[in-house]
Design a binder for this molecule. Structure first.
Ligand code: ZN
Length: 434
């Protein structure tokens, strides 16, 4: 599987932590589209071997199982989807909390299969920790009765009491899914374990102060600083040909280099980013804006959006809008649907300009830089929108050739919103029909 994964290296900076705690971190991304399947995967590589090996082998297993099961379902009229996403959190400068969220949907399933896996890594002890490392044995009974009563009261509409009795006992193994911050411990159960499946993944929180813990957690004060951004002012020439380069699925560690090069070439592009990558690449995002590029919304974790309920659709959009705004003070006004697939529900509910493309470089498929360059430059015309992905090194290399060729052909490289603005200007400037 190594061959197909793209490895992105970047530095993860925890805002508000001391300098010594900057975490070297990587992210693995895989977006795959085939006749019968759609796959969108993001998972972290933390640099801590034990943790990374565990996560990678789990993800690999899920990926292989999914392909084995669904790849050959050519009789289905709809594609099957696998989406893996994660959250990463550093607690108390020592504990890494990772939740891996797995989502599988297919028309052969009655309901989508949605579940999570949690990992907590203790950096100073160099080990994965379980509940046994936190809650003392003599307090397990009390802990269990608290968990049980909280589940019953929070999920009274879907709790399965018989399962609850069977699954939750005063034993550590009853709690395979948990994490904590400096205030609470969170206990999770996947659908169908203690609650009916329509309640999805359930969780309850228990204040850490209720127990005399085996570990010491002190409260941190997090300070989030927001830099003021000065965006370059640009003059658009409505009489000159325009073209819009667009990049999906990023940011990645190639994005910053692409932005620098575009800036050198006095050019800009539009980056349709995934919300779950924004916090990690906040410096890249800020530079993107400062250099006059446009940021568009490409969902939170690349779910196949024509398949999700309205609530999930809005969450995918809104969560991405908020995180971008929170990190950069920038509000995207454009949206690009994942896998380019769009339906009526999306058109009605998405309050952003929906932007597709008319030239696909197929950079996700073609390994050859020259082939990508040819596709992006050969049959281009005024007003075209070109699709690329800033998640590949070959795309960065191709950009170094594409930009000079397009400029040589007389194009100004603009963002998708500028493209729209130019069209508006041209209409305004049209000589009145006599
Ligand atoms: Zn995409």
């Amino acid at each position: 599987m190594q061959k197909i994964w793209i490895l992105f290296f970047f530095t993860f900076i925890i805002v508000g932590c001391s300098k010594t705690n900057n975490q070297e971190n990587n992210i693995n991304t895989l977006i795959e589209e085939d006749k019968n399947i759609l796959i969108g995967i993001n998972y972290p590589i933390t640099g801590f071997n034990t943790l990374d090996r565990l996560i990678e082998s789990e993800v690999e297993k899920i990926y292989n199982d999914f392909k084995e099961e669904y790849e050959s379902f050519s009789t289905l009229n709809e594609k099957s989807e696998l989406n893996i996403d994660y959250t990463y959190e550093l607690i108390n400068e020592n504990y890494i909390n990772i939740c891996i969220n797995v989502f599988i949907n297919s028309s052969v399933l009655d309901n989508p299969n949605n579940y999570m896996i949690t990992y907590i890594y203790d950096i100073s002890q160099k080990k994965i920790i379980t509940l046994k490392d936190i809650i003392k044995e003599e307090q397990l009974e009390e802990f269990t009765s608290l968990v049980t009563s909280k589940i019953i009261s929070k999920y009274n509409t879907c709790v399965l009491l018989d399962n609850l009795k069977k699954e939750i006992n005063a034993e550590y193994k009853s709690y395979p899914l948990f994490n904590f911050d400096d205030e609470n411990i969170y206990i999770y159960f996947n659908p169908n374990i203690v609650t009916a499946s329509y309640c999805d993944i359930v969780y309850i929180s228990i204040p850490l102060s209720s127990f005399d813990l085996k570990i010491v957690l002190k409260k941190e004060n997090k300070i989030v600083s927001k830099e003021e951004l000065i965006t370059k002012v640009k003059v658009l020439d409505p009489n000159k040909k325009v073209i819009a380069l667009t990049f999906d699925d990023g940011p990645s560690n190639y994005t910053s280099k692409i932005i620098d090069y575009l800036n050198e070439q006095e050019s800009v592009a539009t980056f349709f980013v995934l919300g779950n990558k924004v916090a990690i690449y906040d410096k890249t995002m800020k530079k993107m804006i400062a250099y006059g590029n446009e940021i568009g919304n490409h969902s939170y974790n690349h779910k196949w959006l024509t398949k999700v309920k309205e609530e999930e659709l809005l969450l995918q959009i809104d969560k991405t809008q908020s995180i971008i705004y929170e990190m950069t003070n920038y509000k995207p006004i454009t949206f690009r649907p994942t896998y380019g697939s769009l339906n009526k529900k999306m058109k009605e509910n998405i309050n952003l300009d929906i932007v597709l493309w008319n030239i696909d470089t197929m950079d996700w498929k073609y390994k050859s830089v020259d082939k990508i360059v040819t596709r992006a430059t050969k049959n281009v015309k005024d007003g075209d929108i070109i699709l690329m992905h800033d998640t590949y090194e070959r795309t960065y290399k191709a950009i170094l050739k594409i930009v000079p060729i397009l400029k040589e052909k007389g194009f100004q490289l603009v963002t998708v919103s500028e493209l729209k603005e130019i069209n508006f200007l041209r209409n305004q400037l049209k000589p009145e029909a006599s």
